[in-house]
Design a protein around this ligand. Structure first.
Ligand code: FAD
Length: 289
């Protein structure tokens, strides 16, 4: 089923997984077990990331097919990267043959050490959205704190509007730890005529070592209060995890109460994290989803 059709009828709950780096290491079977556990939490869809260099395309497509085969709607990410139109055709043909109807179209960032021609054929997600066309339900990324390459949020939102104009029918946000950034994004996007649902992306911060990585990886800031809590308990992983899960739960309750169209959880392939959060939110989900 198309995700934009689901969004017309209800709020969505979704999880993001990433394919294993090496297929032969047993990680694929482990991921299949994770997907099985996630299925029991009744997500509306599970998204599968795609390497920016296009190297894991086959693995990602196979995992999207597996998600479909166990009865959950997959959302297959595809990046521009170095892909040519015929590379994209190959991936979309395979996705179609597996019954996958939803694609998240992304530019991707040049991977460290990649020295080939990058984004030669498709410069931006907008090019990919236009090329893939209406045979799929297409979503795209948005950035509550603005994309790192844009001088202002407004510049980034003008480009976001282009993604909608090219055919994106929903957006999933980059992670954020201060909900005000998401509310500002929704408000400002509305003023520019962006009308499609903007699903907030939440990543529970359960390990202190991730704080430093978050800013450099995706430009998201961690509020001082939360940062202090994490740093105070960084040497105690159990307490740290508890703080991170509770903070994510707090963010989600606030987002749902203020009308977010769904919740997308970046769970880093941890089914236990997803189960913990969903368990703590059961009555909220029952009431509001
Ligand atoms: P774009 O939309 O191309 O935007 C990149 C920059 O160009 C922005 O500054 C934007 O304002 C500007 N821009 C956009 N369109 C135009 C235009 N038409 N003309 C001029 N400027 C323009 N990366 C992966 O490698 N694999 C994944 O699976 C993956 N999944 C992601 C999922 C989500 C929900 C998010 C938020 C990010 C994901 N990323 C993934 C990371 C993403 O690829 C990077 O954030 C990348 O830097 C930008 O991707 P984009 O699709 O937003 O690019």
């Amino acid at each position: 089923m198309r995700i934009d059709s689901i969004l017309k009828t209800k709020r969505t709950l979704s999880f993001e997984v990433f394919p294993p780096k090496k297929e032969e290491s047993g990680e694929k079977e482990e991921l299949f077990r994770t997907i099985d556990s996630l299925r029991s939490l009744n997500p509306d869809f599970i998204s599968v990331t795609y390497g920016a260099g296009g190297t894991n395309a086959r693995g990602a497509v196979g995992i999207a097919g597996h998600i479909k085969s166990v009865g959950v709607e997959p959302l297959a990410h595809i990046t521009c990267g170095p892909s040519s139109p015929s590379d994209i055709d190959r991936v979309t043909d395979e996705l179609k043959s597996l019954g996958v109807e939803n694609i998240l179209a992304l530019r991707g960032d040049r991977p460290v050490g990649f020295d080939g021609e990058y984004c030669k054929h498709f410069s931006h997600a907008t090019d990919l959205i236009s090329y893939i066309g209406s045979g799929f339900c297409i979503g795209a990324a948005c950035y509550p704190e603005g994309h790192t390459e844009c001088a202002t949020l407004r510049d980034d939102l003008i480009n976001l509007k282009k993604k909608q104009d090219c055919g994106a029918s929903f957006f999933i946000s980059q992670i954020f730890y201060d909900n005000s950034y998401y509310y500002r994004l929704v408000h400002e996007a509305g003023k520019l005529g962006i009308t499609v649902p903007i699903i907030p992306g939440i990543m529970p911060l359960v390990s202190a070592k991730n704080i430093a990585r978050i800013k450099s990886m995706c430009g998201s800031t961690v509020p001082l209060d939360f940062r202090n809590m994490i740093e105070t308990y960084s040497s105690n992983p159990a307490v740290m995890r508890e703080i991170g899960l509770n903070y994510a739960v707090y963010q989600i309750i606030d987002l749902i109460a203020k009308g977010a169209p769904g919740i997308h959880l970046y769970i880093m392939n941890r089914a236990d994290t997803a189960a913990e959060i969903c368990g703590r939110l059961r009555s909220v989900f029952n009431e509001l989803f």
